[in-house]
Ligand binder design. Structure first.
Ligand code: NAD
Length: 496
């Protein structure tokens, strides 16, 4: 059986003493295995990145950007291969995989602007014949630890910007779908990136802990579930590293009584059930203001959820693929059962769905709950499956309070025709990414991505201007030359 290894210093490295099965979630079959790196292998990758840093740091930004231009082109040329790997190991339907890849490529495009983005700040004559400037220097070796649900896009939120800024990088992708990140890493080499600048170690907690403990790693970007995000942030910062750790989500959509209901229904179908609900920006709660809005929404959603085309992601007529693992399938089923036990009304129950010809696949059909209340587990937990919960409230204030009280604050949106209500909502809601009649307000590459509350630990988000700040350190230089003719006497007071 093929074992996916590591990519260190421009070469494939085996280290296959410990391995884990990788499944095709649509068939339930083990398609390959992934090597779980030992401490020594991770340290080897860090050493390679450390050795490559001085040369890469001193490579002019425009030359670093040229690698990114070539990389973008190679990603486009190889997109079919990458998308096939995404669907094979993650399960998402092929056009969803293509959308993910394009979002990643957009960050590469942004990284091509590194020479401009890295321009510093200059002030002339801050004192007699004294000039001062601030420049943005790379940190050194930085690492990225990424989740299973966007095996191509989320790593590309990180490394193109980190590398364009002059850092060297270690990626620890999800062990559940390791093939797409590896393909992408190899394309970077083909694009002309010097060996050692980008490295991949596959692995589990051991690899992550080695990264967190090694003093040569200057910064860590993490995306994944909140308990692990919190752990990474606490451990990484305790070890003196700069850390950004993006966590889980429970994204609410408010449906106002004046909303264009057909538009809201279409938007919710994609946002709740696309990628089988395995998106950190998925809408998992629809908060309807007034019973009339709720009745209409549920009546319109029900037939559409029942009609969802679920199957192998390789068949492009399917709208939804499987969940990632049998454990995820079991967990979603059990949460649906808990919702029923706690009194929510299960309007559509896809939990027992079996797909013909794919009986062992990790499928769950679309589920729709009505009359969910905030004390229920299905409301509180991130389900990360194709389950939409409708909550009924009387006022917009009540809807906003519900969102503000939730532990997560990643994304949210409002469906309304009332500009004033929308403006009030976006201005006051305690959530990092807000949509107005836009269900998945995922910021474009040249803005930054990040939630509030327990959806982000750290101060800076992914890509956009935050990435430049995260992957660089400001240094401010103050300069005067003897030839300026200015001479100071001894001065013991603070210079002013
Ligand atoms: P996860 O937290 O289980 O895993 C993420 C990464 O952490 C993986 O690389 C994994 O190997 C590693 N990891 C797992 N357990 C660990 C441990 N005990 N110690 C050290 N490292 C460990 O997340 P997942 O299941 O792969 O991804 C789904 C989660 O990611 C969801 O909660 C989703 O909301 C979140 N997510 C968030 C965003 C965002 O931008 N906020 C984006 C995508 C996914």
């Amino acid at each position: 059986m093929q074992v996916v290894g590591h990519f260190i210093n421009g070469e494939m490295v085996a280290d296959t003493q410990r391995v884990q099965d990788v499944y095709n979630p649509a068939t339930g079959e083990v398609v390959r295995q992934v090597a779980l790196a030992s401490k020594t292998t991770v340290e080897e990758a860090i050493s390679a990145a450390q050795a490559a840093f001085p040369g890469w740091r001193n490579t002019p930004p425009q030359k670093r950007a040229r690698v990114m231009f070539r990389f973008k082109q190679l990603l486009e040329e190889n997109s079919d291969k990458i998308c096939a790997a995404l669907t094979n190991e993650h399960g998402k339907v092929l056009d969803d995989a293509a959308g993910e890849l394009i979002r990643g490529i957009e960050v590469v495009e942004y990284a091509c602007g590194a020479p401009t983005l890295l321009k510093g700040e200059h002030s002339k004559n801050v004192g007699p014949a004294i000039d001062s400037w601030s420049e943005f220097q790379p940190l050194g070796v930085v690492a990225g630890i990424t989740p299973f649900n966007f095996p191509a896009m989320v790593p590309m939120w990180m490394f193109p910007m980190a590398i364009a800024c002059g850092n060297t990088f270690i990626l620890k992708p999800s062990e559940r779908d390791p093939s797409a990140p590896l393909l992408i890493g190899q394309l970077l080499k083909e694009a002309g990136l010097p060996d050692g600048v980008f490295n991949i170690v596959n692995g589990d907690k051991l690899a992550v802990d080695t990264i967190l403990e090694d003093s040569r790693v200057q910064a860590v970007s993490f995306v994944g579930s909140t308990p692990i995000a919190e752990y990474i942030y606490a451990t990484g910062t305790a070890n003196g590293k700069r850390v950004q750790a993006l966590g889980g989500a429970k994204n609410h959509a408010i449906i106002m009584p004046d909303a264009d209901m057909d538009n809201a229904v279409n938007a919710l179908m994609g946002a709740a059930y696309g990628s089988c609900g395995e998106r950190c920006m998925a809408i998992s709660v629809a908060v309807c203001v007034g019973d009339a809005a709720a009745d209409e929404l549920v009546a319109k959603l029900k037939p559409q959820v029942e009609a969802l085309k679920v199957g192998n992601g390789t068949d492009i007529s399917n709208e939804m693929g499987p969940l990632i693992t049998a454990a995820a399938q079991e967990r979603v089923r059990s949460l649906v059962a808990q919702g029923v036990e706690q009194g929510a009304e299960l309007v559509v129950d896809g939990s027992a769905l079996v797909v013909d010809g794919h009986e062992n696949g990790f499928f769950v059909g679309g589920c729709l709950f009505d009359k969910v209340t905030k004390d229920m587990v299905v409301y509180q937990e991130e389900i990360f499956g194709p389950v939409l919960c409708v909550v009924r409230v009387d006022t917009m204030q009540e809807a906003m309070q519900l969102i503000d009280d939730h532990e997560f604050g990643n994304g949210t949106c409002i469906f309304t025709r009332d500009g004033e209500a929308a403006r009030y909502f976006s201005d006051n809601i305690k959530v990092g990414m807000v949509g107005i009649n836009v269900p998945l307000p995922v910021p474009v590459a040249y803005h930054s991505f990040g939630g509030w509350k327990r959806s982000l630990f750290g101060d800076l988000g992914a890509h956009g201007p935050d990435a430049i700040r995260f992957y660089t350190r400001r240094k401010t230089v103050t300069q005067r030359w003897p030839s300026s003719g200015v001479r100071d006497g001894k001065q013991f007071a603070f210079p002013s």
